[in-house]
Design a protein around this ligand. Sequence first.
Ligand code: ZN
Length: 322
Amino acid sequence: MVLEIMPNIYKLDIPIPKNPLKSLNSYVIKSAERTLVIDTGLNRQECRAAMDAGLEELGVDLANVDFFITHMHADHSGLVAGLMKKGSVAYCSAEDAEIINMDESHWETMRVFVQTGGFPAAEFQNAIEKHPAYKYRAKEYIDFTIVNDGDSLTVGDYQFVCVKTPGHTRGHMCLYEKNKKFLISGDHILADITPNISLWSDRHDPLHDYLESLEKVRCLDVQLVLPGHRSLIKDFQGRIDELKRHHRTRADEVLMILSKGPLNAYEVAAQMTWDMTYDTFEEFPVSQKWFAAGEALAHLKYLEGLKDVKREVLDNTVIFSR
Ligand SMILES: [Zn+2]
């Protein structure tokens, strides 16, 4: 389905089968020279078919298309290698380009880290194999053109500035059009769902980064947000304030859970409230347990940074307490 949002800017609905996100918003900015496609969908047939149909309806030839990848997640980046033709440019931040082009070692690092969070070792391999980011990732090396915070990008009548917004991923990038007052937000700001903030390496504090990145964009003059999933957003600052409140509430919930005694991250995740239809945490599909553990860890790390939570290591597992 193709929807015209403003002159020469179109939204394509790229399905994400069997995923609560339902679909990806891919944006096509047409120009007489090179057309820009922002985010692509997973590396699977259903996504490719929707992309091909959309571009055909718009009369866009892939030979004249460049790509902008807001962040490394497979639902945004998975299809880009297959879509690129000779001469195509694919823009991405250095941090996220590195992860897209990384081999299996990235998953091995995660495995070691997640086990210290108490994630059951026996479930790990299963979690990875079922993980859509693993199954439908880009499997070829992509020669990205690296973009940095503040870089400008002109497509037809639109003049964008790259705004780096780490948090959802380390190198997440938004595109801001100052004159037309809109922001292409990737997964930094979404309307109907809260962007997932997960911790997969102990060197970072992604929730801290995310909250700073919300503050960073809050001062921009934005009348319309074009997000990576679901509906467009008009009340930009209102939505930012909601997202900030959401994480404060989650952090308070984690503190509440720890007030009953020390726990590992997996045990904390099991006691947090999740918007799921299962009766108990044990019944969650393994991939959802995985996301839950990552989110619990992100909040624990953030609270540790605020000195509200401390840790100790017992038998290779990190135990958190107040
Ligand atoms: Zn994402």
